[in-house]
Design a protein. Structure first.
Length: 327
């Protein structure tokens, strides 16, 4: 993304190139970098950034000492929404990020170029005017494609232990998102914090950014039948939720339910069910010392081996090695 460069006391935002169509339209998706393809089953903490990359970053405080955050502006108002840091970036390849110990949700929207994100154990394309929301407790991994730099804005949350994450049971994981207004809000906040930093103006930008993320996480236009279905499923994960049972609970055919889920959540009903079960299992692993077999049964798995294999594919760790596991 094109950001502000300081010229005297003026922050100038250059004109942004337009991308009138999806970068994947009519094109073959580029291959996964060899580094990541080799480690798909055993990804480790990774932070590879091109020296030609640019970022405009703000953080709530100075508690994070990582090098890439040292030049970030400090904006205490972010803490009101449990935001650890946010910003806008323009990253040419190579750009590869793997976070194995994230304790907070992560939102990213693409404003140009293209990248891929690991969702449900698979690499999925993220192009212009798309966004993804990754919940806490999962392995977060994404990378920029070769070619044009990947341009994006992000928000990294820092939810307190036991706090409900920003995403709900029916929140989309990867879906369409009008990214330009969000980009303008991020750059507006950056310019204000670097300039006069008027408290009311800063707060206004921070609140607007939060509203945009909530609009993605809790879309008002989502079919209410879909929302009610997944809230019901999340409340009774041990039940035998077959495709037919979910369609009946939603009051529609199986095919129509799948079409709606793909469109509004970026997942099939089966994938969404598995995700909710794995998310709940992660919460139980972190909050109790129950045996893995008992946790598997509580989220609808009678076979602990199948549960463990699925958990590792979705979350990035085996249940016994999950960060924060109680013993």
């Amino acid at each position: 993304m094109d950001g502000g460069r300081r010229r005297g006391h003026l922050v100038v935002f250059p004109a942004k190139p337009s991308f009138p169509f999806s970068p994947f339209c009519g094109k073959k998706i580029p291959p996964i970098p060899l580094f990541l393809s080799k480690k798909l089953k055993n990804l480790t903490e990774t932070d590879i950034r091109s020296p030609e990359g640019e970022s405009w970053t703000l953080r709530a405080d100075l508690s994070d000492s990582r090098g890439w955050l040292r030049s970030a502006l400090v904006c205490p108002a972010l803490a009101e929404h449990q935001i650890a840091h946010l910003g806008a970036s323009r990253m040419p390849a190579p750009f590869e990020i793997v976070r194995t110990k994230l304790g907070g949700s992560y939102f990213l929207c693409c404003t140009g170029g293209s990248g891929r994100v690991l969702v449900d154990g698979r690499w999925k394309a993220c192009g212009r005017d798309q966004a993804f929301l990754l919940p806490p407790g999962t392995l977060h991994a994404f990378f920029g494609e070769s070619g044009a730099p990947w341009e994006f804005c992000w928000v990294r949350y820092r939810e307190r232990r036991g706090q409900k994450p920003i995403g709900a049971a029916a929140s989309p994981v990867l879906a369409g998102f009008h990214a330009d207004p969000f980009r303008h809000a991020v750059l507006g906040l950056y310019a204000e914090c670097r300039g006069e930093a008027i408290p009311a103006a800063v707060q206004g930008w921070v609140d607007q950014i939060q509203r945009y993320v909530l609009r993605f996480a809790q879309p008002a236009q989502i079919d209410p039948r879909i929302w009610r279905l997944w809230e019901s499923v999340a409340a009774e994960l041990s039940a035998d939720w077959t495709s037919a049972a979910m369609a009946k609970a939603a009051g529609m055919s199986e095919k129509h339910l799948e079409r709606l889920c793909r469109r509004e959540l970026g997942r099939t009903p089966r994938q969404q069910l598995i995700w909710l079960r794995m998310r709940r299992a992660a919460e139980l692993l972190a909050a109790s010392n129950d045996k893995i077999e008992a946790i598997a049964a509580e989220v609808g798995y009678q076979n602990a081996f199948v549960f463990s294999s699925t958990f590792k594919r979705i979350m990035g760790w085996s249940p016994s090695r999950y960060p924060g596991r109680q013993w």
